[in-house]
Design a protein around this ligand. Structure first.
Ligand SMILES: *[C@@H]1O[C@H](CO)[C@@H](O)[C@H](O)[C@H]1NC(C)=O
Ligand SMILES: *[C@@H]1O[C@H](CO)[C@@H](O)[C@H](O)[C@H]1NC(C)=O
Ligand SMILES: *[C@@H]1O[C@H](CO)[C@@H](O)[C@H](O)[C@H]1NC(C)=O
Length: 366
């Protein structure tokens, strides 16, 4: 602003007003802001200067793994991450991770009797679908962060994902080269726990009226040895990647390993198409919700294999990407360090139950 004619600036009323405003409003505001900034910064300072200490309170499902050396760096090239499982290190832990299953069964308890350092956060860990997490009400108001396959969890640990290929090992002139040869069954399904009431069973029973589905697993007494699983599926044109539970983002190894890695086009039943679109390449899967009936789905599959080029289009991602599966708890826990910097400083899951039970868009078998 220019000084309009007044020779002495302190003589102008607007200057007095501005000075008054500055002293009464801005100074306190700046003071509080700096306190806030400083508070935030001091909470986060240890990340910059030292290692982040992650204490795993108990190992998921029992078996423990070696945490010798700098495990996150040595195995996964993640720096500044100290992953430990000795409870004696609790006072110095930045994060304490609790796997839900053992808390749910009562095998393990939360250490409410121990004082919690101001910056220490408790992390709730589960890879189960909501219906396998039991009653979550006792865990409301306890955890600061969540760790699950959900995209909206604080730490997202998917069952798998597609990553760009390090180098192209194939030497194919067309996408055809990326499709396993000698395909014979049209559609295959592997099911270990068949429950006739589940959506996936209803859809299967309806779909098999229009196409032949090869079924493996206990249902038909054709249990596949683990080493036989992928070779068997690779001979199928389509794999029914039907999740046993339908809930937000619940997309398991049925998609990543059984279908994508084996080399069969996944026909998916699970969360809505948008959830798949968010993590999987377009035109790489067939979602049952995109068809008005299983008859039409069956017709589509039968027609698709007659059009080689169109069928091959479902494998286009294989030229540039490969499947990365997550199976090691250490890798999942180390990934906290690469996701940590984007988290809010203060957070409490007041209603963990409600957060977990976000069911979305129930599927109707048509
Ligand atoms: C971080 O951890 C590594 C490996 O355990 C260790 O060598 C290094 O001294 C630690 N750094 C700090 C600042 O504690
Ligand atoms: C890749 O294919 C091209 C053309 O078919 C051929 O000339 C070349 O030798 C192949 N490279 C390898 C590594 O097989
Ligand atoms: C973590 O959650 C507890 C409630 O269990 C809360 O008192 C504490 O302030 C939270 N800490 C952070 C850093 O969010």
């Amino acid at each position: 602003m220019t000084n309009n004619g007044s020779v002495l600036p302190w003589g102008s009323p607007s200057f007095c007003f501005r000075l008054f405003f500055f002293v009464t409003c801005l100074v306190p505001l700046l003071y509080f802001l700096s306190m806030y900034e400083w508070g935030l910064y001091s909470d986060r300072l240890h990340i910059v200067t030292g290692n982040l200490t992650i204490l795993l309170w108990h190992w998921p499902f029992g078996p423990s793994y070696s945490l010798e050396g700098d495990v996150c760096w040595d195995r996964y090239r993640i720096p500044g991450c100290r992953l430990v499982d000795q409870r004696s290190l609790y006072p110095s832990a930045d994060l304490v991770v609790f796997h839900h299953r053992e808390l749910m069964t009562g095998q393990e308890r939360l250490p409410f009797h121990l004082p919690r350092a101001r910056h220490q956060t408790w992390v709730w860990l589960s890879l189960e679908s909501p219906d396998n997490n039991g009653d979550l009400k006792p865990f409301n108001n306890v955890f600061n962060w969540t760790m699950s396959y959900r995209r909206d969890a604080d730490f997202t640990i998917p069952y798998g994902k597609l990553v760009p290929k390090d180098r192209d090992t194939g030497n194919y002139s067309s996408t055809q080269g990326y499709i396993p040869k000698n395909k014979s069954p049209l559609a295959c399904w592997v099911v270990s726990h068949y429950n006739p009431q589940q959506k996936r069973s209803l859809v299967y029973n309806s779909l098999r009226k229009s196409i032949k589905v090869e079924v493996y697993g206990q249902l038909e007494g054709r249990v596949l040895a683990p080493t036989n699983l992928l070779p068997t599926i690779s001979r199928c044109y389509f794999y029914l990647a039907f999740e046993n539970s339908i809930s937000k983002d619940y997309i398991t190894e049925k998609l990543w390993r059984n279908a994508y890695q084996a080399g069969a086009v996944p026909v998916v039943l699970g969360p809505p198409p948008d959830d798949y679109m968010a993590v999987a390449p377009p035109n790489s899967f067939i979602h049952i919700e995109d068809f008005p009936s299983t008859t039409e789905l069956g017709n589509y599959l039968s027609q698709l294999i007659l059009d080689e080029e169109r069928y091959a289009g479902y494998f286009a991602w294989r030229r540039s990407h490969q499947v990365k599966l997550y199976t090691d708890w250490r890798e999942r826990l180390c990934s906290i360090c690469s996701q940590y910097h984007i988290l809010p400083a203060q957070k409490v899951y007041r209603d963990l139950e409600a957060w977990v039970r976000v069911y979305c868009c129930p599927l109707v078998a048509k």
